[in-house]
Design a protein around this ligand. Structure first.
Ligand code: NAD
Length: 260
């Protein structure tokens, strides 16, 4: 069913976005790949996907902190591949520090990348989806869109915000064949969390693997990290016809984290 659909995945050069790109490519989706990678590496990645899966691809390394760059790369991508059917707002960054010490410029970056960019991509993608009367918007939020942790003010604010945005989009689009949902993962094995593991290892004088284990089990009952591909498979289900009744939801995949 997804064969020939056009998907934009922000932050698909790494981690969850990259794994999701593979899952959708396997279904025959054309891909707008995006992330902070130099142009040559990005073009090579796009060519690799095109060759491996026989799909059309487009790459952009637009900085999501800039609205004009977002508008430009989406317009170029749509010109190259066709209108976007599946929009996955996945790009995100983290910075951990107490509120008192949190650098305001980090706050601004996190709100821009983890929250505002999704508003801009959704705003631009909606008219074509409404016209086709089909669309899937999936925002990769976090358990931190539902509950808080210390030292994550900007991240929690952005992730709570993107769940609110998801709900409004779902309500506004409910009669247009467009669903909007947020996925709220617990710990996922990606480069995003390296700094947090390193901080625990150095402050508690632990090996990297012990620090990793402590980080996971401090809050997540399932004592292992999710594989990024598991998030991709969840995205795939939300894109399916079977999931057309799921909209405006914040869906956890968190190893029991928010069950407590
Ligand atoms: P990652 O660091 O592996 O990938 C992040 C992606 O975002 C990269 O492609 C990067 O290039 C892109 N990006 C970062 N800043 C950007 C900018 N200014 N402009 C354009 N692109 C930019 O991280 P990940 O873990 O795969 O994270 C993906 C999403 O999943 C994020 O929104 C993150 O908050 C969320 N998430 C991650 C975890 C986890 O444990 N890893 C848990 C819950 C939610």
């Amino acid at each position: 069913v997804l064969n020939g659909k056009v998907a934009l995945i922000t932050g698909s050069t790494s981690g969850i976005g990259l794994a999701t790109a593979h899952v959708l490519a396997e279904q025959g989706c054309h891909l707008l790949l995006h992330g902070l990678m130099n142009e040559a590496e990005g073009q090579a990645l796009a060519a690799e996907f095109a060759g491996q899966y026989g799909i059309k691809t487009f790459f952009s390394n637009a900085d999501l902190r800039e609205m004009d760059s977002i508008h430009q790369f989406m317009a170029e991508g749509a010109q190259a591949l066709g209108d976007i059917d599946i929009l996955i707002n996945n790009a995100g960054i983290q910075h951990t520090e107490t509120v008192a010490a949190f650098p305001p410029e980090k706050w601004n970056d996190i709100i821009a990348i983890n929250l505002s960019s999704a508003f801009h991509t959704i705003q631009q993608a909606l008219p074509a989806m409404a016209q086709k009367r089909w669309g899937r918007i999936i925002n990769i939020a976090s358990v931190h869109g539902l509950v808080a942790s210390v030292n994550k003010a900007a991240y929690c604010a952005a992730k709570h915000g993107i769940i609110g945005l998801t709900k409004v989009v779902a309500l506004e689009c409910a009669e247009q064949g467009i669903t909007a949902n947020a996925i709220c993962p617990g710990w996922v094995d990606t480069p995003l969390i390296n700094k947090q593991i390193e901080a625990i290892a150095s402050s508690r004088n632990l090996s990297r693997s012990d620090a990793r284990y402590q980080l996971i089990t401090a809050k997540q009952p399932l004592p292992e990290m999710l594989d990024p591909r598991q998030i991709g498979e969840f995205v795939l289900f939300l894109c399916s016809d079977a999931a057309r009744g799921i909209t405006g939801a914040a869906l956890t995949m968190d190893g029991g984290w928010t069950a407590q």
